[in-house]
Design a protein around this ligand. Structure first.
Ligand SMILES: Nc1ncnc2c1ncn2[C@@H]1O[C@H](COP(=O)(O)OP(=O)(O)OP(=O)(O)O)[C@@H](O)[C@H]1O
Ligand SMILES: [Mg+2]
Length: 403
């Protein structure tokens, strides 16, 4: 079984009813995925840049910027996005101008569901015909697996907070709890695993709808596939399920982050097989370093591409006899990031079920995770850094001085 990537569509029309009609007409088919709706021309441009749809269904008369202007701007800036104009009878002159501006086809309102889906499919097919590589590369999520062969080094903590940080920056992000027996991503984010990986595979009908039905949403905008609610159910999940699920979702998301248990077996190899980067975690303990070294040796034995490894030192603390530099030299790979030890922040966040990137944004821990997110997004402007004062301090200052 394999999944065809779905055609990502943005609907741009200032009439809400038209947008919901289009959504309804396309909802029956797994070939399409509506990634967003825009109410005016400026919003269309903004969402086109952020969401990279393959197709925009574009109304002509929209507030702020009209559909013709947006089509013209996008055909220069984003020739990879195909515009289909939706117009009413009698707009023939506009239509001619729209095609000149770069639109690929048009639909005259009111149109049927069949007309709509055929037009989209035709425009998409003729564009993709000469670019088979496009779906494989340009619009694939970056898959990052947090990995370590020692327990308790902070895989779940960093995977969860990084995923929330990316989601808060507007990146479409999915976090998969690959710690199938004792996954604690759910508890870390105060979510109950009512829908989880087990429900995706239990009936042996692995479709995109089954997967999507079992995705849990977090208030930050992050999507999650949680681990089964009982350890015994993990048995039902096979490495091939994991590969199929990632294949099915890889063109839907910008980032897929995977949390793993501290071992290398068949399941972890399935995750690694689909991974672009392994976030390999170590701490400043001799046992962690020994295990990291063994892990690197295993990677080399299975010919895993070492360029995919990003070494992260977690729980960094000065004066313990080993420094980050010693680790780099000992393991002979460059350090990608260093995250400081900050037990108070880590525990408080964990115990309240709120990620520290949201609850304690000024903490050194949150800043270190935000730095990792910024590194992963070299073309984005970094978010505004909060000042170093804690929110409690600010509240006290507010109270005393009214500042
Ligand atoms: N940078 C840090 N500073 C202080 N404490 C931390 C830091 N990172 C993680 N912790 C704490 O370390 C403990 C273990 O973290 P976590 O559960 O994320 O590790 P793990 O690698 O996922 O463990 P497992 O292998 O059991 O899944 C938690 O109590 C967490 O709050
Ligand atoms: Mg964990």
């Amino acid at each position: 079984m394999s999944f065809k990537p779905r055609i990502k569509i943005l609907i741009a029309d200032d009439v809400v009813e038209l947008r919901s009609n289009v959504r309804r007409m396309l909802s029956g088919s797994e070939a399409f995925q509506i990634v967003g709706e825009a109410n005016d021309g400026e919003e269309t441009l903004k969402l086109a840049r952020e969401l990279s749809p393959y197709i925009i269904l574009m109304d002509i008369n929209m507030p702020k910027l009209d559909g013709l202007k947006v089509t013209e701007m996008l055909s220069k800036e984003r020739p990879d996005i195909q515009v289909i104009i939706m117009s009413i009878q009698g707009e023939q002159e506009y239509l001619r101008r729209a095609m000149k501006a770069g639109a690929k086809d048009f639909l005259t309102k009111p149109f049927s569901g069949t007309e709509l889906s055929e037009t989209i499919q035709n425009v998409f097919n003729s564009w993709i015909k000469d670019r088979p590589e496009y779906l494989q590369e340009a619009n694939r999520a970056q898959v990052l697996t947090f990995f370590a062969t020692k327990g308790g080094v902070g895989k779940t903590t960093l995977a969860t907070n990084l995923a929330v940080s990316l989601a808060k920056r507007g990146k479409k992000t999915l976090l998969i709890d690959g710690s199938l027996q004792f996954g604690d991503v759910g508890i870390t984010l105060n979510l109950t695993p009512k829908k989880n990986l087990y429900h995706i595979v239990e009936k042996d009908d692995l479709t995109i709808s089954t997967i999507e039905r079992n995705i849990t949403k977090h208030s930050s905008g992050l999507d999650l596939i949680l681990a089964p609610h009982e350890p015994a159910l993990a048995e039902a999940i096979k490495p091939n399920h994991i590969k199929l699920i990632i294949d099915a979702l890889v063109t839907t998301y910008q980032f897929i982050i995977i949390d793993t248990p501290p071992k290398i077996a068949e399941m972890e190899l399935a995750f690694l097989d689909k991974t672009d980067f392994v976030m390999l975690l170590a701490t400043l303990e001799i046992s962690s370093l020994k295990n990291t070294k063994i892990c690197l040796k295993t990677f080399s034995d299975i010919s895993f591409d070492t360029a995919k490894i990003k070494l992260i030192l977690n729980k960094d603390i000065p004066n313990v006899g080993i420094s980050p530099k010693d680790i780099e030299e000992g393991l002979q790979i460059p350090m990608y990031a260093v995250v400081p030890m900050d037990s108070e922040t880590a525990q408080k966040a964990l115990n309240t079920g709120e990620p520290f990137v949201g609850k304690f944004p000024a903490s050194s821990l949150a800043r270190a995770v935000e730095d990792i997110a910024t590194k992963l997004l070299p073309n984005d402007a970094p978010p505004k850094q909060p000042d170093g004062k804690s929110s409690t301090m600010l509240k006290i200052k507010d109270l005393l001085f009214g500042t």
